[in-house]
Design a protein around this ligand. Structure first.
Ligand SMILES: *Cc1c(COP(=O)(O)O)cnc(C)c1O
Length: 467
């Protein structure tokens, strides 16, 4: 492909992209494909000769598109959203074009400095403490791994990186029974071992019980363990339960534990002053993570990771081989030392585009609309169908159970699963489920970029038509 062809195809693609986003609701939201559907259409061997782009693109349309689940459809109510937006896509086009590798300041000074400023903008917009320093990571899972590794290194006087585990360390980590699987994964990778991960009991609203946390810590100390870190969830994945950061933070201070706050999804909401209560006490946290790539209109991947002690983060990850030394090392941020990978994409650009394009007020307006849709849906689904709400709707996730007279829990579980399946098979909406106290519940998230009131109304009608 030469420049002339590139220009022509790029124009064509931009038109396709704009059409796609305008018409995205016409696709079945969840891909109806069965396992192997694409594989059996793909040649087993790579092509010997180059092919025309028109052929490649036509195959993209006919082979790939049917196997896509449409996360940018306003009828996407599943998981948590992975929102994109026009300014974010435009930034990604530039990022791909520049193809810059932003591992250190020198490999693109503007990328490093834009990242530094974006992390400050976000910290201040979100009401996070001024002594937090931010860095962009690929995902919340990686950020949580960084937190646990930093906690481990700080607690061991930065020796474990060198000596490896000697068998004498008996660290324990705490999170609620509702916390995200990324904590389990990080504990394994960090060498702590999942047997040392304590799942603390939750209250009736699925939030961690501080009294149960403290009891666990005391018990572990008595058994000869060294409690290392608590991961508090601000907005659990199942139900957006809010662990009480303040009470947990006080316990962490009392026992000298690292406090990591996982606000992967809900963190976006703290841009709203009326929702800031969810992170009350965050000034006691050692680290904090939230994903602009979920609810903040910035396409995957983009995670904001904040730490109080930048030195501990860098000391955990810094390795300085001769070929990476530069003259400016002491005055600039070399983000390769702030996380796991060496190579880094230029992710700050899309944040810059999104934040400037929406403005703080634009983001706030959109979030408030989403929250009001959830409230409306919650009221209507109870009124129209007598559905039961199984967890507090703190933000824009509604956890519901449809009722059927004479059904016990098991029968209701099966019934709700069946309705969910019917909704997803219809292609008109995509929802997912969770279990709370053994009860199957349908999760409905109102957070998609292009969501409007009419989509909420359509979803209510879809429910009505199926029960
Ligand atoms: C989505 C989510 C994660 C994982 O996010 P990734 O960026 O995909 O790693 C972690 N914690 C919570 C609470 C989440 O909702």
């Amino acid at each position: 492909m030469n420049s002339q062809e590139f220009r022509k195809e790029a124009h064509r693609l931009v038109d396709w992209m704009a059409d796609y986003l305008e018409e995205v609701e016409q696709y079945p939201v969840k891909s109806p494909q069965a396992p192997g559907d694409l594989l059996k259409q793909l040649p087993a061997a790579s092509p010997e000769k180059g092919e025309a782009f028109s052929t490649i693109f036509s195959d993209f349309q006919s082979l790939v598109m049917p196997g896509i689940t449409h996360w940018q459809s306003p009828n996407f109510f599943a998981y948590f959203p992975a929102n994109s937006s026009y300014p974010s896509v435009l930034a990604e086009m530039l990022t791909a074009t520049l193809g810059a590798q932003c591992m250190i300041w020198e490999t693109s000074p503007a990328a490093a400095e834009l990242e530094e400023r974006m992390m400050e903008w976000i910290r201040d917009m979100m009401g996070l403490p001024k002594d937090f320093t931010g860095v962009i990571q690929d995902t919340a899972s990686t950020a949580t791994l960084c937190a646990i590794l930093s906690a481990r290194e700080k607690a061991s006087g930065f020796t474990l990186n060198h000596t490896g585990f000697t068998g004498n360390e008996k660290y324990t980590i705490y999170c609620s029974s509702q916390t995200h699987s990324s904590i389990d994964k990080a504990v394994r990778i960090a060498g702590i071992g999942s047997d040392q991960l304590r799942k603390v009991a939750v209250d009736s609203e699925f939030a961690m019980r501080p009294d149960a946390l403290e009891a666990h810590i005391k018990e572990d100390i008595a058994l000869g363990y060294t409690p290392l870190c608590v991961v508090a969830a601000t907005g659990t994945t199942s139900s957006t339960a809010m662990d009480p950061v303040s009470a947990i933070g006080e316990i962490c201070q009392r026992y000298n534990l690292w406090l990591h706050v996982d606000a992967a999804y809900a963190g976006t909401a703290t841009i709203l002053p009326e929702k800031r209560w969810i992170i009350e006490g965050v000034e006691m946290a050692d680290s904090y993570v939230f994903n602009p790539h979920k609810w903040m209109f910035t396409n995957f991947d983009c995670t904001a990771y904040y730490v109080k002690d930048k030195g501990a983060l860098i000391r955990t990850f810094e390795i300085l081989p001769e070929y990476l030394k530069t003259k400016t090392d002491h005055i600039v941020n070399n983000y390769r030392d702030w996380g796991v990978p060496l190579g880094r994409r230029f992710r700050a650009l899309k944040l810059w585009f999104v934040i400037r394009s929406y403005g703080k007020e634009g983001i706030q307006k959109r979030l408030r609309e989403h929250i009001s849709y959830a409230q409306y849906f919650e009221e209507e689904i109870q009124k129209r169908l007598g559905a039961k709400i199984l967890a507090p709707t703190h933000l824009n996730l509604v956890c519901l159970q449809l009722q059927k007279p004479g059904h016990n829990t098991e029968a209701l579980n099966a019934y709700n699963a069946e309705i969910l399946q019917k909704i997803n098979d219809s292609g008109k909406a995509y929802l997912t489920h969770t279990k709370l106290n053994g009860v199957y519940c349908i999760r409905v998230v109102f957070g998609q970029t292009y969501l409007q009131h009419r989509h909420v109304e359509n979803l209510l009608q879809l429910f009505e038509s199926l029960v």
